[in-house]
Design a protein around this ligand. Structure first.
Ligand SMILES: Cc1cc2nc3c(=O)[nH]c(=O)nc-3n(C[C@H](O)[C@H](O)[C@H](O)COP(=O)(O)OP(=O)(O)OC[C@H]3O[C@@H](n4cnc5c(N)ncnc54)[C@H](O)[C@@H]3O)c2cc1C
Length: 397
């Protein structure tokens, strides 16, 4: 484990790794290190949590430049002083770092209304596998020259560069925030509620469909609103009036985030994090119109599974508790990935108890057309394959 205090430390470390052919495994808060195939090549873990300073916060411009090891909780506290925020849901925010969030491209319920990290990272600095510090974007919102390194690095799982500094555009904190919670009669009824949103006058920031865990064998349909107090109140009233009553098994509850239950959004954020032993967690991305069809199919594979669908975005996170006798790897290849393809999308693994047995196509999904370009990009940024080798999608790792 090597602790980092500056970008120069990272450059020096990559030089050493190049000379000794040792692998480098970047580490932020270590909350998602089981994401990706297990590391096999010997090397060093590069501890980035010490790289946590605020470089510049011109809050009137609604941007902030920080070092990548800052925790999401510290970042939120600094922004809140000016009534601003980064509207990306982060689990275990006291530990998870901005760099880790960017590397994994993590997003939660609010992505329906606010998008993902690719929409907020406007400048980035990183050290590549050639020990070169490179920069993309800038510190101002309007900045369109050159290749878009920011979008490239978001979701690259630390395989193209060790991220050292980030400029974000930020948003105002909303005046009010509320969740409208319904218990649909069944999955078919949930589909009706979802369909009703297509023609609704309300504009939610989150559309969630959940099953299992703390809800037992019941479905929950949760719609989130944020904005001025009047806006939020009007939207809730509107949606309550529009929803087909026959689809609802229970009265609607309104949870006012600020007044009644401050942790309600956080519970949504934490729902998909395996509590206890969940042998397999898989993320599906399908057409939003296919979410209920997919959920119906997935339940036939495991009646003890729990699901969180960011339904408005076509994302389903499934926590499987019963793995068929063929094993998790074949379960992916033979059943889960075909189910995703049938719904116009794909599936990849979030975490697996038997990760050592996994092949790359089983973990990350089949080889797609863009792979050839991704290999070429990797070759430019990290020709010696020192950064997180073997963990991501590259065939030649
Ligand atoms: C599949 C999955 C499972 C998750 N499970 C959990 C969970 O069980 N508990 C929980 O609290 N949260 C979990 N999360 C959410 C997680 O908190 C976020 O993704 C988080 O932001 C990771 O931040 P971290 O600092 O802990 O990253 P780490 O876990 O330290 O690193 C995650 C990945 O990012 C790379 N990385 C980290 N920092 C950098 C950097 N500066 N530059 C380049 N690469 C970097 C690492 O090499 C690693 O591959 C999960 C997320 C995903 C995608």
């Amino acid at each position: 484990m090597l602790a980092i205090a500056s970008a120069d430390d990272v450059i020096e470390l990559v030089h050493t790794a190049r000379d000794t052919d040792a692998a480098l495994y970047p580490e932020g808060g270590a909350t998602a290190l089981d994401y990706g195939l297990p590391a096999r090549k010997p090397g060093y873990s590069v501890e980035l949590a010490g790289l946590n300073q605020v470089i510049d916060y011109p809050w009137r411009d609604m941007t902030i430049t920080v070092e990548a090891g800052i925790t999401m909780q510290s970042l939120a506290a600094i922004l809140a002083e000016q009534r601003q925020r980064l509207p990306i849901d982060a689990p275990f925010a006291e530990q998870a770092t901005l760099g880790g969030l960017i590397a994994t491209n993590y997003s939660g319920a609010r992505r329906f209304g606010f998008g993902t990290l690719r929409d907020y990272v406007i400048g980035i600095s990183a050290v590549d596998g050639n020990a070169k510090l490179f920069k993309g974007g800038g510190r101002v919102v309007k900045n369109v020259a050159g290749y878009d390194m920011c979008k490239l690095l978001v979701g690259s799982l630390g395989t193209l560069g060790i991220i050292t500094q980030v400029t974000l555009k930020v948003r105002p904190l909303p005046e009010a925030s509320a969740l409208l919670v319904a218990r649909p009669v069944n999955l078919a009824a949930a589909e009706k509620l979802l369909a009703a949103l297509n023609t609704s006058l309300a504009t939610p920031v989150a559309v969630e469909l959940l099953y299992g865990n703390q809800f037992g064998d019941e479905w929950r349909f949760i719609v989130g609103f944020e904005g001025s107090a009047a806006e939020v109140a009007w939207q809730i009233e509107t949606l309550q009036a529009e929803w087909p009553r026959e689809a609802l098994a229970e009265e609607l509850a309104v949870i006012d985030q600020l007044e009644q239950q401050p942790g309600a959004w956080q519970e949504l954020t934490d729902f998909s994090l395996p509590a206890g032993d969940v042998p397999l967690v898989v993320k599906f991305s399908v057409r939003p119109s296919q979410v209920c069809t997919l959920l119906d199919k997935l339940r036939t594979f495991d009646d003890q599974a729990a699901f969180q669908a960011h339904a408005g975005n076509g994302i389903v996170i499934a926590q499987f508790r019963q793995i068929p006798a063929v094993g998790a790897c074949k379960f992916l290849l033979q059943q889960l990935q075909p189910a995703a393809h049938a719904c116009g999308g794909y599936a990849h693994v979030w975490s697996a108890a038997t990760a050592d047995d996994f092949t790359r196509p089983a973990w990350w999904g089949g080889v797609r057309g863009e792979m050839v370009y991704m290999e070429r990009v990797k070759q430019q940024f990290d020709p010696q394959r020192l950064l997180n080798p073997g963990r991501f999608i590259y065939e030649n790792d």
